[in-house]
Design a protein around this ligand. Structure first.
Ligand code: DQA
Length: 144
């Protein structure tokens, strides 16, 4: 099965961005972990990041033909993007939303995510491990 892993704005800065909040791992480190897990789970992984809402929307649309499931950390767009919500709803692929931090213990503007209501599940607060749990969950879901 093919999994599209999408990362939203500013996640390209991981490692140097507010390390007290987001940790010292870079996005490349997270991609490596995900690729290792994908290999052992028998998944094909397409791991991407964009700072542009429309590009993320287009990639989600393309996933209709190229993926069986989606893992997405929409970053700040979680809290603002009806367009990403609509794209995920339109595509209808099993989707797991991941956040490195626990958005519910942070500023009130991070407590609501437009993506959660179209996600199969939501993992937050567990750092990079959240991506790994999401891949494991999708592998199991897609084998049913
Ligand atoms: C984040 C949480 C968001 O509120 C924030 O805008 C991010 C990262 C996380 O992974 O914890 O950029 O999605």
């Amino acid at each position: 099965k093919r999994i599209l892993v999408l990362n939203g704005p500013n996640l390209n800065l991981l490692g140097t961005r507010e390390p007290g909040t987001y940790g010292s791992q870079t996005l490349a480190d997270i991609e490596k972990l995900c690729k290792e897990d994908a290999n052992s789970l028998g998944l094909k992984l397409d791991f991407r990041q964009s700072n542009h809402e429309g590009e993320l929307v287009s990639w989600i649309q393309d996933a209709r033909k190229t993926a069986d499931g989606i893992v997405i950390n929409p970053a700040a767009y979680s809290h603002t993007s009806v367009a990403i919500h609509d794209a995920l709803r339109a595509v209808g692929l099993p989707t797991i939303e991941v956040h490195l931090t626990n958005i519910h213990t942070r500023e009130p503007f991070r407590h609501h995510s437009y993506v959660s209501s179209v996600a199969l599940g939501v993992i937050c607060g567990l750092g990079a491990a959240g991506y790994r749990y999401a891949l494991a969950a999708l592998a199991e879901k897609l084998s049913d």
